[in-house]
Ligand binder design. Structure first.
Ligand code: NAD
Length: 290
C-alpha cells in the first residue's frame, strides 16, 4: 500500500518504520523534521498524502489533529482512509471523521495502548471507531503495527474505549500505590503484599503486570527509577480527556475526577513530570494523612 504518515514522534516513528519494513511504501512528514527508518520524507503534509491509500496521523492532541485534517483532507485521493492513531478528545475524533466523510474519504479513530515499547515491537493494541469498510481496509496495517485491533463501533468509539480504559488504569494505579504505602506503615512486607494481592480479589494489571514497588513482581519502570514506561503527564492527559467526555454526556465519574486531581498535583505541583505514572508509590510513601 501507499501510506502517508504524519507525526513521526516517539510513537509515530517506530510505527512508520515497521510499516516500511513490512514492504509498504511510506511517505512521512513531521513539523519537527523527524524521520523514520525506511520512510521517504515529504516537504509538507499535503505533499505526503496526495497519492496515499491510507493516511496515518500520530499527533499530540485534538487541536493539532483538526488543523492537520483541515490541511490534508482536500489533498487526499478519492476513497483513501484517514487513520488517526493519536489520543484525542471524542468530539475532535467525530468532527474529523465527519469532515473526511463529506470529502468522500474513509475515517477511523484508532488510539493505541502499549506505549513506545509496543510501537517499536509492533505489539500495540488498537481501539478502533469508524465504518466496517474502513476497518477492513486498515486491518493489514493494524496487523503489522500491533497484536490486536478491536472494532468498537462508529467514529469516536475508539477514543471512548481508550479513555475509559485509562480512567480505570489511573484510578487502579493510585489505589495500588496507596495500598502499598498503607501496608508499609502497617509493617507488611512488600513481597507478602504482592504475593497476596496478585492472587486475590485486589489483583489488577497495575499490581500483576506493572507492579509499582521496586524489586517486587515482574520487572517494571519501578525497577528502573520510575523512568517511563508510561509518563504521569500522559496519564494526566488521558484522565482529563475522560473528564471532558464525562462532562459532555453528564456521566458521574467521582473516582476518575479524584484520579485526575491527584495526577494534576503530582505533575504540576510535585515532582511527577517526566516520571512514570507508577511513581505515585514514592509520592505516597513520604506523606501522612494531611
Ligand atoms: P510526540 O510528541 O513524541 O510525537 C508527536 C509528533 O507530532 C512530534 O514529532 C511533533 O513534531 C509532531 N507534530 C506536531 N504537530 C504537527 C503537525 N502539525 N504536523 C506534523 N507533525 C506534527 O508524542 P508521542 O509520544 O509520539 O504520542 C503521540 C500520540 O500518541 C499522542 O496523542 C499520545 O497521547 C499518544 N500515545 C502516546 C503513548 C506513549 O507512550 N508515548 C502511548 C499511547 C498513546
Amino acid at each position: 500500500m501507499q501510506i502517508a504518515f504524519i507525526g513521526l514522534g516517539n510513537m509515530g516513528a517506530p510505527m512508520a518504520a515497521n510499516l516500511a519494513a513490512a514492504g509498504h511504501d511510506v511517505t512521512g512528514f513531521d513539523t519537527a523534521g523527524t524521520s523514520a527508518d525506511g520512510v521517504t520524507m515529504a516537504a509538507s503534509a499535503k505533499e505526503a498524502v496526495k497519492d496515499a491509500d491510507v493516511v496515518i496521523t500520530m499527533l499530540p492532541n485534538g487541536g493539532i489533529l483538526r488543523a492537520v485534517a483541515d490541511d490534508i483532507i482536500p489533498a487526499m485521493a478519492a476513497g483513501a482512509v484517514l487513520l488517526d492513531c493519536s489520543t484525542v478528545d471524542v468530539a475532535s475524533a467525530r468532527a474529523v471523521a465527519d469532515q473526511a466523510a463529506q470529502a468522500g474519504l474513509g475515517a477511523l479513530d484508532a488510539p493505541v495502548s502499549g506505549g513506545i515499547g509496543g510501537a517499536q515491537a509492533g505489539t500495540l493494541t488498537f481501539m478502533v471507531g469508524g465504518s466496517p469498510d474502513a476497518f477492513e481496509k486498515a486491518r493489514p496495517l493494524f496487523d503489522i503495527m500491533g497484536q490486536k485491533a478491536v472494532h468498537c463501533g462508529p467514529s469516536g468509539n475508539g477514543q471512548a474505549a481508550k479513555i475509559c480504559n485509562n480512567m480505570i488504569l489511573g484510578a487502579t494505579m493510585i489505589v495500588t500505590c496507596e495500598a502499598f504505602s498503607l501496608a508499609d506503615k502497617l509493617g507488611l512486607s512488600r513481597e507478602a503484599m504482592f504475593d497476596v494481592v496478585s492472587t486475590s480479589s485486589g489483583y489488577s494489571w497495575s499490581m500483576n503486570a506493572y507492579c509499582p514497588a521496586p524489586g517486587v513482581g515482574p520487572t517494571s519502570p519501578a525497577d528502573n527509577g520510575y523512568t517511563p514506561g508510561f509518563a504521569a503527564d500522559l496519564m494526566l492527559k488521558d484522565l482529563r480527556l475522560a473528564q471532558q467526555a464525562a462532562e459532555s454526556v453528564d456521566a458521574d465519574t467521582p473516582i476518575g475526577e479524584a484520579a485526575t486531581e491527584l495526577y494534576r498535583r503530582f505533575v504540576e505541583e510535585e515532582d511527577g513530570a517526566g516520571r512514570d505514572f507508577s511513581a505515585m508509590l514514592p509520592r505516597f510513601e513520604t506523606r501522612g494523612r494531611s
